[in-house]
Design a binder for this molecule. Structure first.
Ligand code: 13P
Ligand code: SF4
Length: 302
């Protein structure tokens, strides 16, 4: 079936099912093109919480759809490919977090949204890459456990001046971007603006002019004076940026920064998800209620 037919079928079924399609900024171009709402983890969580649709098709990785399911217990949250996980989220389990808390009694836990519902349920606060600084600043204690991303944690500690005790997790995709890649691009494009996602290594963030979430890249690109913009993040981001800010020349810091999980959702799988309504993401009520408390604090932090 060609893309035009797939898109028409998806559009029809979406209406019949009263569904909304939420799409993360790293998804395949053709999936981005059928999204009702595109955005970063924070923006999409907010959209999931406020949508009137009965069905949410979440084109992203599993923890994102799970967050939507936590926020919308009455809605059906479908993920087109149920195997699209996030390796960083898998780097800490609820048991490991419980043991970590025992080692540091009294320290509150701030958990990056890239984590399982069980881990969120053990946490005091969640945050995303867009609001980790605001969330950590909203915590009254100065010593905080931060899981699972050690790079976002290090960046947030630097920005807030608080003592964050870090878990040794990281994003394998962003870790592929090395400082030498940035230095090389700076040489090739003198005067270029360098933007990095805070999941990048500290040495990479240190070389960037701007460190922000995927949606932040759009805001900063629109305002940027430089004609060339080097982007240290997953390469799927380039499609949306080129479309929204066509006057700029976007350059990937490294073409190897590709998240295979983000590319698992295809148009066919979106259609099948809407047809079969089987790839639903569910969270048990006991976990959901506890995880929601931490997520609500994330949404309240701005
Ligand atoms: P954003 O919240 O910035 O979109 O990032 C999510 C993510 O998984 C980045 O790797
Ligand atoms: Fe997880 Fe990294 Fe992929 Fe984001 S890019 S979903 S953090 S593996």
């Amino acid at each position: 079936m060609g893309n035009a037919q797939l898109i028409a079928d998806i559009g029809k079924l979406k209406k019949d099912r009263n569904a909304v399609i939420l799409v993360h900024n790293y998804q395949l171009p053709e999936v981005q093109d059928i999204g009702d709402i595109l955005g970063d983890s924070l923006g999409l969580s907010r959209e999931a919480a406020r949508t009137k649709a009965e069905v949410v098709v979440f084109c992203g990785v599993h923890f994102m759809a799970e967050t939507a399911a936590i926020l919308c217990p009455k809605k059906k949250v479908l993920i087109p490919d149920a195997s699209s996980g996030c390796p960083m989220a898998d780097m800490i389990t609820a048991d490991q977090l419980r043991a970590f808390k025992k080692e540091h009694p009294g320290a509150p836990v701030v958990t990056y949204v890239n984590s399982s519902a069980e881990v969120k349920a053990e946490s005091d606060y969640c945050c995303t890459s867009a609001n980790s600084v605001q969330v950590v600043n909203s915590v009254k204690e100065d010593t905080i456990l931060f899981v699972p991303d050690k790079y976002l944690g290090a960046y947030t500690a630097k920005k807030t001046g608080k003592k964050l005790i870090l878990w040794d997790g990281y994003c394998p995709t962003h870790a592929k971007i090395l400082p030498e890649h940035i230095l090389q691009k700076k040489k090739e494009y003198p005067g270029a603006l360098v933007m990095a996602h805070p999941e990048c290594r500290q040495e990479v963030c240190a070389l960037a002019d701007v460190v922000c979430s995927t949606e932040g890249f759009i805001t900063y690109s629109k305002k940027a004076k430089a004609a060339d913009i080097v982007l240290a993040t997953e390469i799927g981001m380039l499609y949306r940026l080129k479309k929204l800010v066509p006057e700029k020349n976007f350059i990937a810091a490294s073409e190897t920064a590709l998240c295979p999980n983000m590319k698992k959702n295809t148009l066919e799988k979106v259609l099948w998800a809407l047809q079969d309504m089987k790839t639903e993401v569910k969270v048990t009520e006991a976990i959901r209620v506890r995880a929601k408390k931490a997520i609500d604090r994330m949404l309240a932090a701005g």
